[in-house]
Unconditional design. Structure first.
Length: 177
């Protein structure tokens, strides 16, 4: 964990509520997670956790990171899966693919010669306020791929998520047998 004082004002998303907040220059924060190009910080003065986007890394006194590494696959679908592996729930240090949150992924050619990508995903809990932020992060990373002309990520609740949906590596990382 790294303790820092914000170098400038920046926006952050409150965890787990999902509300956008403005964190002021000089606020003391502790970086508790840095995965997928975003930062989860604890803000003692506000009594909670917040997610700061990678483009605001300079507010933390860090260099703005290059986009999280997305490994190009043999197919666009494989590349999209790689992009999704750079998306994290800010409270869990496992990517959304290995958490078993992605239920469906479809890549379809569109009328403009590009590709449309549609993803159906769920969350670990129906009341998770970070759902829109996680889905938005996934959508932004998919839409940023050169071969993708449009991306849509929808949150669904059927079937309900359970720990058995996690990959073996995710269960091992979280200590779930």
């Amino acid at each position: 964990m790294q303790h820092v004082e914000l170098k400038r004002d920046c926006q952050a998303v409150q965890i787990p509520i999902g509300d956008v907040a403005e964190l002021e220059k000089g606020t003391e924060v502790t970086i508790v997670q840095s995965l997928g190009g975003t930062y989860t910080v604890q803000v003692p003065v506000l009594g909670g956790l917040f997610r700061i986007a990678g483009q605001d890394a300079d507010a933390l006194g860090l260099e703005v990171p290059e986009e999280a590494k997305i490994e190009p696959g043999g197919t666009l679908e494989e590349t999209v899966w790689s992009a999704l592996r750079t998306c994290y729930d800010p409270e869990i240090p496992v990517n959304i693919v290995d958490l078993g949150l992605i239920y469906d992924l479809r890549v379809m050619p569109d009328d403009n010669g590009g590709n449309r990508v549609e993803v159906k995903m769920t969350l670990t809990a129906p009341g998770c306020g970070m759902g829109a932020a996680i889905a938005g992060d996934a959508q932004m990373k998919i839409a940023g791929l050169s071969e993708v002309s449009s991306a849509q990520v929808d949150i669904v609740w059927e079937p309900l998520w359970g720990p058995q949906m996690m990959s073996e590596e995710a269960r091992r990382k979280l200590g779930i047998g």
